[in-house]
Design a protein around this ligand. Structure first.
Ligand code: CUA
Length: 257
């Protein structure tokens, strides 16, 4: 599963071949996996793509509106009760007027689609250096479980400077884990594990919200990401692990009988 996440598309056979070559070799552990260790965060790319879309549809929209306004004026009815006088077009000119604007739109659409596709491929290249947290969604909460068993609800604490991967599923219906600040959104659903990753660079707080209509409490299904300095995060996680360790063995810890 992890190697699948790290090696999408054409990289997969190469990764498999490399894996086979290194299999059983003690050197494998010492070889820095630089390609996988780099973090290619597509968040800024999504912003650029959004701006491109807005710019393109504005320019194209304004251009087409101006041409249309000119035609309305140029071929207006000159006398009351008379139709406007549009010049007849030759077959070639009529086809040209239909096809050229179509291909202008299409070329721009394909350009934007290709950029989106590239960003999506970047996003699928999940950084190898990461922490993983499991997420179960339900009406109406986000329930996180860390690798050491620590659990939180509607609040995900993560260290700054490390990529975070969520493996998500749902216990009832379709939900979505949307973190607008990190430009990531992915659905969670019963019987299936989906994933989402983001790269929190600096300490701070970020909103999490559900983006699939999941019932009457949908609008209130929200949480937050708390990004802590790495040492604070480690200390918190250790503290929580110790706490649930005591709760799991109340007799050994001398808790209330
Ligand atoms: Cu969960 Cu909407």
């Amino acid at each position: 599963m992890q190697s699948e996440l790290r090696a999408p598309g054409w990289r997969r056979p190469i990764a498999a071949a490399c894996g086979a070559a290194w299999c059983g070799s003690a050197l494998a552990a010492q070889t820095p996996d630089t390609a996988a260790a780099r973090i290619n965060d597509p968040a800024a790319g999504w912003d650029r793509l959004w701006n491109t879309v807005i710019l393109d549809i504005t320019v194209i929209g304004v251009l087409f509106a101006l041409v249309m306004a000119w035609f309305l004026y140029r071929y207006r009815a000159r006398e009351p009760g008379r139709a406007g006088t549009a010049r007849g077009l030759s077959t070639a000119a009529a086809i040209g007027w239909a096809l050229i604007p179509t291909f202008v739109f299409l070329a721009d659409d394909l350009y934007i689609a290709a950029n989106g596709w590239k960003l999506w491929n970047d996003y699928r290249d999940v950084p190898a250096e990461r922490i993983e947290v499991k997420l179960e969604t339900g009406m109406y909460s986000y329930d996180y479980t860390y690798a050491n068993g620590v659990r939180t609800q509607n609040e995900l604490r993560v260290p700054a400077g490390k990529a975070v991967l969520l493996r998500m599923t749902s216990r009832d219906t379709l939900h979505s884990h949307f973190i607008p600040d990190f430009r990531v959104k992915e659905d969670s659903m019963p019987g299936r594990v989906t994933y989402l990753w983001f790269y929190p660079k600096a300490p701070g707080e970020h909103v999490v919200t559900c983006a699939e209509y999941c019932g009457v409490g949908h609008a209130y299904m929200a949480g937050k990401i708390i990004v802590l300095p790495a040492h604070e995060f480690d200390a918190w996680l250790d503290r929580e692990a110790t706490r649930i360790g005591r709760q799991a063995h109340p007799a050994a810890a001398g808790a209330e009988s």
